[in-house]
Ligand binder design. Structure first.
Ligand code: 6R9
Length: 632
């Protein structure tokens, strides 16, 4: 097993060793896995390309390390325990041996349907075990999975399928989420009607007992394809740097980009970070409430926990169904020891009152985790006191889709905590703060752009089909470094506090959305000439979406218009991107070069109009007054 640090002294020693001898440090971690062929060089890199290669020449299959490797010692231990949306429905659990068999069957079914090494397979599925089984099956035969969160619209799905030319889509008939019953396959049909010629097969996992249209020749039932298959499937040998998966995420400009992770480095880092941050022990019950449609689900529901031989709970539903006590009920029911969720969920549940928590003992909880956005002090304290009974440490884990795993976080029970601080980098991670000109800011009690000076094994390798975009987004803003897009503060003790995005990315309930993406969607409404979107502080979501819209004609029924705009956005991107506030304006504040002054729009959205700074250099200073008085 990879290193597990046990004390703060060990942490500091490991940190120093990883700085002084990174190749030696990471070789030691990597040696604990099963490789078909050892690497010839640990690391070969430059950030200019970027061209980053870990465990060069090494051959492996990540699923042998998630599954086969554990059969002798943990074959009968539960690997995945699934809790349905409906609290009355039975649980489903898979031991490592059973999961191995299911993954092999699904892998054989993919092969039987023409999927080969290097092919892309898209997943658009609810949180059922078959999603985890499916992505592992894809990895087993060397196919590349691209999971699209099942809340995205047909349009978003179609863009993602086209961008990576997926050969197969794996989906389900329906999705039960809370009180909602969503026809998932219908969305896939719509997406495929938008010209996804690469897709040859759609595998449909059956969740309900209803007839749905199946296109003959293309659509097949999961059970028909998977059940008859053999439970043995040899794993395909992969190069350490072969692609493992693509996951789309939003940036400041343009369409979402497909972040690419590769086999060897991602395997080593997700296991290492999982073990150290959560301090998992045998017998623990670990539950991450994320959706597998996001990176947190990939790294810390599926890969990290399975690589580490842990038991991972997977939940189909939502925190408030059938009531706001559901999370805590599940914690007691399964004696959860490690609970990992997002600040937006914590705030939403806190707002429902303590009585929902007090009904449950929560005595099994040893470690709490937070991820996705900065956690505010009030939520941190509530989480600590009410859920952790002031005993369980909170690991506030900072990381990104692009980083593959947690980079800055306390190690549970080891790193002294400070509310709202992600605290210290993991050994092997070298953060720094810079000015916007790229000059490193040394010392403590400082603030700047958060960058990384040195690669870690699960850093993104490229953005699918567009390496130049990867370079421009992450490696050229600050020369010689990986630029995160976040601003951070380093306090007197060297602890990091993440302030938030410094680019045009809005973080709504932990979901990343680009302002340009939302604006493009709004502009699809025939009555809209132009729009500008900014984030503003929101009590539950962290950030809400505030849209300024110029219309073609005067709007008589503003409520109706707002609803139409929201529907358009829902249809174009998905319900998560719906603006919370829409203000109709006659113009947008622009510089003489035609750039929208978002700083002003942000201030108005925040309700802070007292100090808008100098607006006299604007092309149209008069609109500022109008925008101020008409604030939504
Ligand atoms: C894992 C994940 C990444 C962005 C990131 C930052 C924000 C994530 C955070 C956090 C403060 C934390 N973020 N964790 N901010 N404290 N503990 O969320 O990936 O969806 O790519 O989002 O989320 O702004 O840059 P992703």
């Amino acid at each position: 097993m990879t290193l597990q640090i046990r004390s703060i002294e060990e942490y500091h020693a490991a940190y120093q060793r990883a700085v002084d001898h990174p190749e030696e440090f990471w070789a030691e971690q990597a040696e604990t896995f099963q490789w078909r062929k050892p690497w010839s060089k640990v690391l070969d890199w430059n950030f200019e390309g970027p061209d980053i290669n870990w465990f060069v020449g090494g051959k492996l299959n990540i699923t042998e390390n998630c599954l086969d490797r554990h059969l002798a010692t943990r074959g009968d231990q539960v690997a995945i325990l699934w809790e349905a949306n409906d609290p009355e429905a039975p649980n489903r659990s898979f031991t490592y041996r059973q999961l191995h068999a299911e993954v092999c069957k699904a892998a054989n079914a993919l092969k039987a349907n023409g999927i080969q090494k290097g092919d892309r397979v898209c997943f658009y599925m609810p949180m059922v075990p078959e999603l985890a089984i499916g992505i592992l099956a894809s990895a087993r035969i060397g196919a590349i999975h691209s999971v699209v969160f099942a809340g995205f619209s047909a349009h978003s799905l179609s863009d993602r399928i086209k961008d990576s030319e997926c050969k197969m889509v794996i989906t389900s008939d329906f999705n039960s989420r809370g009180a909602k019953y969503i026809p998932v396959k219908k969305v896939v049909d719509e997406a495929l009607n938008m010209g996804c010629d690469s897709v040859k097969t759609v595998l449909v996992y059956q969740c309900a007992n209803e007839m749905i249209p199946m296109q003959s020749g293309r659509d097949k039932w999961w059970h028909d394809e998977v059940n008859p298959q053999s439970a043995e499937c040899p794993a395909t040998e992969m190069d350490s740097e072969d692609m493992l998966f693509i996951l789309y995420t939003s940036g400041s400009t343009g369409k979402p980009k497909g972040v690419v992770h590769t086999c060897g480095g991602y395997m080593v880092y997700t296991c290492y970070s999982f073990r150290n941050v959560f301090q998992i022990q045998d017998g623990d019950m670990y539950w991450c409430t994320a959706d597998i449609g996001w990176i947190t689900g990939h790294s810390y529901i599926v890969y990290g926990p399975l690589l580490a031989g842990a038991t991972s709970i997977m939940f189909e539903g939502v925190p408030t169904y059938p009531n706001a006590g559901r999370f805590w009920e599940i914690c007691d029911k399964h004696q959860v020891t490690h609970f990992y969720t997002a600040p937006t969920a914590i705030r939403a549940l806190q707002a429902q009152g303590d009585s929902w928590v007090e009904k449950h003992s929560l005595s099994s909880i040893k470690v709490l985790g937070s991820v996705g956005e900065p956690i505010n002090e009030e939520a941190w304290r509530w989480y600590h006191e009410k859920i952790g009974h002031s005993k369980a440490p909170i690991v506030d884990t900072w990381w990104q889709t692009e980083t593959g795993g947690i980079l800055i976080s306390p190690l549970a029970g080891i790193t002294p905590l400070k509310p709202c601080y992600a605290t210290l980098p993991l050994p092997g991670v070298q953060p720094c703060l810079t000015t916007s000109e790229g000059k490193e800011i040394e010392g403590n009690n400082v603030e700047g752009l958060l960058c990384m000076k040195f690669p870690w094994p699960s850093i993104l390798r490229t953005t699918y089909g567009d390496h130049e975009r990867c370079r421009q987004t992450y490696f050229s803003p600050i020369k010689g470094m990986y630029f995160t897009g976040d601003g951070a503060r380093r306090d007197k003790d060297g602890y990091y506090r993440i302030i938030g995005r410094v680019d045009d990315v809005i973080n709504v309930s932990g979901h990343r959305l680009g302002t340009a993406e939302v604006e493009n969607a709004i502009n699809q409404h025939p009555g809209v000439v132009e729009s500008a979107v900014v984030g503003y502080p929101h009590d539950i979501k962290g950030q809400g979406i505030y849209a300024y819209v110029i219309t073609t004609d005067p709007v008589s029924d503003e409520d109706k218009f707002r609803k139409e705009v929201m529907d358009v956005v829902s249809k174009e991107i998905g319900p998560i991107a719906k603006p919370d506030k829409i203000q109709i304006v006659s113009g947008l504040p622009k510089t003489r070069s035609g750039k929208i002054m978002r700083r002003i729009l942000r201030k108005v959205a925040e309700g802070d109009v007292s100090n808008l700074g100098d607006v006299s250099t604007l092309l149209n200073p008069e609109v500022v007054e109008e925008i101020k008085t008409g604030a939504a």
